[in-house]
Ligand binder design. Structure first.
Ligand code: INI
Length: 182
């Protein structure tokens, strides 16, 4: 029988030390988004992100998150971004447009820029559902987003350097001196 193939693993550690993060957060439903923001910053801080390594930009509503995230990504200052918002279903179809365009816009910004953009936009039918996800029954999605940002930032760094592939050791060394995008 053939030897068992052992695939090389490339993972993102949960250390925020030496990384820079950008957060875009909407003021709409700020009762919820303030709590998501606090938990995201808490996660980054606990994982070793330093003072001054986290930038926060506020926008009016979730619909404005993609453009702000795209512009923040273009600064080249950050290793990952987090987009924070809360959309609550109302009596009309407005909710559907805001949700779908926010998600679509953030994914586009992420794919266009190549920078991880963590989707921390609650899309809830009721305020109670949102509260549950912003620090009550279902934990805090902001904290989860902070951890996801760290993991994706670390993984992206490794993939930029060609980590895990011995054939690209030369290019990994060349990139090692300049880990952060300028
Ligand atoms: N924006 C939100 O972030 N959450 C909502 O629940 C919401 N609702 O329900 O209307 C909302 N609307 C505003 C929207 O995001 C834009 O700011 C606005 O349309 C201006 O472009």
């Amino acid at each position: 029988m053939a030897e068992k193939l052992k695939p090389g693993k490339i993972g993102g550690e949960l250390s925020g030390s030496g990384l820079r993060f950008g957060i875009v957060v909407s003021r709409f439903n700020s009762f919820i988004t303030d709590r998501l923001l606090a938990a995201a910053v808490d996660a980054l801080e606990r994982a070793g992100a330093a003072d001054g390594d986290v930038d926060v930009a506020h926008v009016p509503g979730a619909f404005e998150l993609p453009l702000a995230a795209k512009k923040m990504a273009a600064t080249g200052r950050h290793d990952a971004l987090i987009a924070i918002g809360c959309v609550l279903r109302g009596a009309t179809s407005h909710y559907d447009y805001v949700c779908s365009e926010t998600a679509r816009g953030l994914q586009l910004a992420q794919m266009d820029s190549g920078l991880p953009i963590i989707f921390c936009v609650l899309t809830c039918d009721t305020l109670e559902q949102a509260i549950d996800r912003a620090g009550l029954k279902s934990g805090n999605k902001g904290f989860e987003a902070g951890l996801a940002a760290i993991e994706m930032a670390q993984l992206s760094r490794k993939l930029r350097r060609g980590a895990g592939d011995s054939r690209s050791a030369g290019s990994a060394q060349a990139a090692a001196g300049n880990p952060r995008r300028k």
